[in-house]
Design a protein around this ligand. Structure first.
Ligand SMILES: *Cc1c(COP(=O)(O)O)cnc(C)c1O
Length: 467
């Protein structure tokens, strides 16, 4: 399978190529040249498989001959081995026709592990096969950094440097990053904001000699392999609930649009998905777009569901490309206009087509707290603030549950103890494998918001490990 850029000006690549490249050179995002489509018989043949084997079978359609199937199966088996639930992605029923799919049983207790655990192993395999090495750099305000560190720690041929804003992340989030102890890992606390961290990462990528010298790479949510690795759990849920003979709807707590885009991809592959409900918190740019064809950026406001505190959803470009009938010229023009003016609307027919699949839903902090309390009172289930947005979205947009709806459970409630305690009076415990999080030794370096200092730290890590 080949991949093309949404902006049409970058070379087509195979799966291994897009894995290592991340963003395309023309600023676009890689998408499959054509979508694999499965027949009802193909879907039926996947019923009842253990999750890692199902994941390998779905991923195989996108990896094609970049990686042998037995290697891919080994990667998926290994990636999900240490998850805290034997089903990996269990479904929990909350009501007639209403389920939560828990995607948070991985090492960092958030759904980012679902893709990242596979991605780290894919990187290691491809780098070995091509005799290369990379330095992954990233900025994080929370979940992505720790998931990337857990996925890459101790892997040959990879060094990983994660920047976080000093004293501006939650204690659980910081400790999940700074207690990952491996010789190829560096945590840097920047004396600045999350935006400063992101600017430093961008500046490192923009410094071409440095980029080449350090062979910089990224594992952020625009990497196609992350989307691909998120498709299988939609398949698992739909098959368990009767696909291909019955339709399912999904409600997805959304930030960068990566998770819901994976659901769209599953639908494009022929999985019978009735609708996709895009849940947002008070940062509701996507809901405003779906309600009124107005995608206009405003300032990011902090909320109880911080992993959705995003105004520009980078993966939306992939959906836009499809909605515009895969026209790279129109996609480039829209994205350029959006960057220049901070707003975008699409032709009316295109917007209407988007609304046949995607429905918007918004919940402010008060609503999130009320929903956590309501779900707990009604069922005893503890939904974290992100998952609560998903559940509320599923109830609001599928009131009669005519179609079985699955809310995606994207984080473990123990990651957000204060919000849970305020809503329910309960303090959810960390799972046993993380129980010692607060006594583990932390390792991080505090640096000023200064490019030269950060580049020095990246070089020092590489110097220690490259020989
Ligand atoms: C990243 C994240 C999201 C948002 O997912 P996107 O793919 O960026 O839309 C939602 N919930 C949690 C807990 C997350 O970590």
């Amino acid at each position: 399978m080949r991949y093309i850029s949404t902006r049409g000006q970058a070379p087509a690549r195979d799966f291994a190529g897009v894995l290592l490249a991340g963003l395309a050179e023309d600023g676009g995002l890689y998408v499959p040249e054509s979508w694999p489509v499965l027949s009802p018989a193909d879907w039926r043949a996947l019923r009842g498989l253990p999750y890692p084997r199902l994941a390998a079978r779905i991923l195989q359609r996108f990896v094609s001959d970049s990686i042998p199937f037995d290697v891919l199966t080994g990667i998926c088996t290994d990636a999900y081995r240490d998850f805290g639930h034997p089903a990996v992605v269990p479904l929990v029923q909350l009501d007639t026709g209403l389920f939560v799919q828990e995607l948070f049983h991985g090492p960092t207790l958030a759904f980012k592990d679902m893709a990242m655990q596979v991605l780290g192993r894919l990187f290691a395999h491809v780098l070995q096969a091509e005799d290369k090495r990379v330095t992954i750099v990233g900025a994080t305000s929370g979940d992505t950094g720790s998931a990337a560190l857990e996925a890459c720690a101790g892997r040959d041929r990879i060094d990983i440097v994660i920047l976080h804003p000093h004293e501006r992340t939650s204690l659980v989030q910081r400790r999940q990053m700074t207690t990952v102890n491996a010789p190829n890992v560096a945590n840097i606390a920047i004396q600045g904001t999350f935006d400063d961290c992101q600017d430093l990462v961008k500046a490192m990528f923009a410094d071409a000699p440095f980029r080449q010298e350090m062979r910089l790479s990224a594992v952020n949510s625009i990497n196609w392999a992350r989307i691909a690795a998120q498709i299988p759990y939609y398949v698992a849920a739909a098959l368990a609930l009767g696909a291909p003979d019955r339709e399912t709807a999904f409600a997805v707590p959304t930030g960068n649009f990566g998770n819901v885009l994976a659901a769209w991809a599953a639908r494009r592959m022929g999985l019978p998905i009735a609708r996709l409900i895009v849940g947002s918190n008070r940062n509701d740019i996507l809901t405003r777009f779906l309600d009124s064809n107005d995608m206009s950026v405003s300032t990011v406001l902090p909320s109880l569901a911080p992993s959705m505190d995003i105004q520009v959803s980078s993966n939306f470009e992939r959906a836009l490309f499809e909605l515009l009938d895969r026209d790279p010229v129109a996609t480039s023009a829209s994205m350029r206009g959006f960057r220049e003016t901070g707003r975008m609307s699409v032709p009316d027919a295109v917007w209407r087509r988007a609304r046949t699949v995607f429905h918007g839903f918004r919940l402010d902090d008060e609503g999130i707290e009320a929903e956590i309390r309501r779900v707990h009172a009604a069922t005893g289930y503890l939904a974290d603030p992100h998952t609560a947005v998903g559940i509320a979205a599923a109830r609001a947009r599928a009131p009669q549950q005519a179609v079985t709806t699955v809310a995606m459970g994207t984080a473990h409630p123990a990651k957000f103890p204060e919000a849970m305690e305020r809503a329910t009076g309960l303090h959810p415990a960390l799972p046993p494998r993380l129980a010692d999080l607060f006594t583990r030794e932390e390792r991080f370096t505090v640096l000023p918001n200064d490019l030269t200092a950060v580049q020095g730290a990246v070089r020092a890590l590489a110097a220690r490990n490259w020989h």
